[in-house]
Design a protein around this ligand. Sequence first.
Ligand code: 1PR
Length: 527
Amino acid sequence: MITLLDYGAGNVRSVVNAIERLGEKVRMVSAKQDILNADKLVFPGVGNFGNMMRILTTKDYVAPLIDYLQADRPFLGICLGLQALFEESEEAPGLKGMGIIPGTVKRFQIGLSVPHIGWNGIHIKKPSGLLNGLSGKEKFYFVHSYHVAPRETDVVLSTTTYGIDFVSSVRKGNITATQFHPEKSGEPGLFILKNFLGSGKGEERIPETPSKTCLAKRIIACLDVRSNDQGDLVVTKGDQYDVREDGTVRNLGKPVELARRYYEEGADEITFLNITGFRDFPLEDMPMIEVLKRTSENVFVPLTIGGGIRDFKDRFGKSYTALEVATEYFRSGADKISIGSDAVLIVEEYLKTGEKTGESSIETISAVYGNQAVVVSIDPRRVYISSPHETAHPVIETAYPGPKGEKYCWYQCTIKGGREGRDVDAVTLARVCELLGAGEILLNCIDRDGTNSGFDLELINSVKSAVTIPVIASSGAGSAQHFLEVFQHTTAESALAAGIFHRREVPVSDVKSFLKGKVEIRESGAS
Ligand code: 1PR
């Protein structure tokens, strides 16, 4: 029996699913006594260090946790569960951590995109039951803006390179903790969890690992989901956002089955977009919640969900906040939520005053779950102009002139799935959303969507140069070569596709094989 400390933020469902998949039962901590009675304690955390420590303090969990750890009993901390072991964090100055390991938690200052999101390797420094049996080539899923800095090196179990060599796992007696998420790291992650459940039986040795590691470019499979005319929830796909063919909604498969297939083919992440979320209330649209729950039982890579994340009043007049909607998604297995239409309206308001309200969905969700959990999905469309002076929006000179030979364009943001254009451009939107707390940009392009003509590199470069958060390039992938192009000609951290995967034109595994040796990728699939 594993005891799991859920302090109420983030996606613990995946950890529970992963442990149960390995044949172990999980008991959740509901009172401080449960911590002291645990045989093995797992503490997964995401989000904000200050928020976590405040909740642990309110629930009276800090003292029993310290007692448990000081008695050197089996413990696995994950992400914030690692950071909580330290004395303090730059994320919440003045607030004490548990102080079991001397040292602090620092923000990345590296001139690279932060958060550090994606699959990276580990350089193992000392023997441990936890990492026993790894080949050394595995990559694990990281998502964090802060890293631990122990004062003494004897606790360092592994390091990972991201601008600097930071400490990616620690060991002190029976206490182990990882910055990466084993429950989101496919088979190697499950392997590590299995080691923890079995207390790492066998001789402890150090697997051979490279001293420098490299963050992989991510390949993301995207599933646009909606009800078809018969009321079944289906994966659909549009051409420039039009999902109907001969009047009927295209049906390309079932969401849970397709997500599992992409996981097995080696997708590094799965994104679900509830494309009619702008008009339906997601908490009434329970099938989407069910899709997430069922997917997270078998898919051990990160899951993002978007569609309808905003403040909402239901048909009985009851109000829900965007934070409540997001919470329901996180509890159902999502690691990140994606905000589309609401982000445009938020940025319009911000541009009127230049002031943060602290109340927008981006701000409230990132304050609780951390920036890394908030993706902003942009649905821009090109507006061609003959001269850069025709608009106040940032303009690019394009290599693909418009229908009347126009040499310039700007990218107009849309809402409601491209149905309504607004007076905000994609570059400004991305920049302001970063300021408000978004941790990643999902950059679609209506002109390229479903065309198989390749990513809009000009769009990606202009948005990328305006932000320091990671950008997911999306829309237009028609071949493996297009993925290579986007990684060679832009600095996008990841690339997303839908149509070519759904129609089996190019499976995820073929994209990976094609990229191997040309760009850094995560090689292993699910098995
Ligand atoms: O506005 O917060 O409710 O979120 C709605 C979400 O649904 C947004 O993220 C929006 O992008 C998405 N969405 C709305 N309508 C559509 C539609 O297609 N009619 N899908 C839609 C957008 C775009 C991509 C697509 C890529 C890759 N899908 O994510 O998967 O373009 O496609 P490709 O590889 O086939 O070219 P809210």
